[in-house]
Design a protein around this ligand. Structure first.
Ligand code: GRF
Length: 202
């Protein structure tokens, strides 16, 4: 299976996928990353892709007259690599109708909180501020909401009294990277069905 991975930052989830595929081999893992895309230049996630010898593309909102045009351009850029599965690994933009029309049902996102709790761009900070005792991460299919699509898998992480946002986020990412690698591999190897809010991996 062909994966396109979308990033916006450090790309450690992307790196976890790259490392797993390199260690296991794309045949046994069931997938290979064919391209990495971003919404901005100059991020470590793109540098990681380049170091791995992968094609990259950048699709910036400000380069397009409207949000819809950006969304269509992003869909085109992704489609050019003919992915079977698109993975948002810290991609910090909400995609629109055109993108979902083409990739809905095969577009997976990882979120650093236990959805439906704490959706949006500050899930780690929100859980901490709320005084939650546990949080975690969620891998889910992307639908037309924000972090509302069918959940595939979740991992739990305890919140410690001494945590600040970055310490907690780092601890979440340790679980998140393993969860994402496991889920993407299973989806690629076994195929899956989405039945309402349920995801059945064959
Ligand atoms: C991940 O925790 C992701 O869930 C969140 O931002 C982080 C991205 O980390 N949206 P990285 O870029 O994969 O290191």
């Amino acid at each position: 299976k062909r994966l396109v991975v979308l990033v916006s930052g450090s790309g450690t989830n992307l790196q976890a996928l790259l490392d797993e595929i390199a260690a296991t081999g794309p045949e046994r893992y069931g997938a290979e990353i064919v391209a990495v895309g971003a919404d901005r230049d100059g991020i470590e996630g793109l540098a990681r892709a380049e170091r791995a010898g992968l094609p990259t593309f950048v699709c910036r909102v400000k380069d397009h007259a409207t949000r819809e045009e950006w969304d269509a351009a992003l869909a085109e850029a992704v489609a050019a690599h003919e992915p079977d599965l698109v993975v948002s690994a810290g991609f910090m933009k909400i995609v629109g109708k055109e993108f979902l029309a083409r990739f809905g049902g095969r577009f997976v996102n990882t979120h650093p909180a236990l959805l439906p709790s704490f959706p949006g761009a500050h899930g780690v900070r929100d859980a901490l501020a709320y005084g939650a005792k546990v949080t975690g991460c969620t891998v889910h299919f992307v639908d037309d909401g924000v972090d509302t699509g069918p959940i595939i898998a979740q991992g739990v992480v305890e919140i410690r009294d001494e945590d600040d946002e970055s310490a907690l986020h780092e601890r979440i990412k340790e679980v998140e990277r393993r969860l994402l690698v496991d889920v993407v591999g299973r989806l690629a190897r076994h195929g899956y069905r989405i039945e309402g809010r349920k995801v059945v991996i064959q």
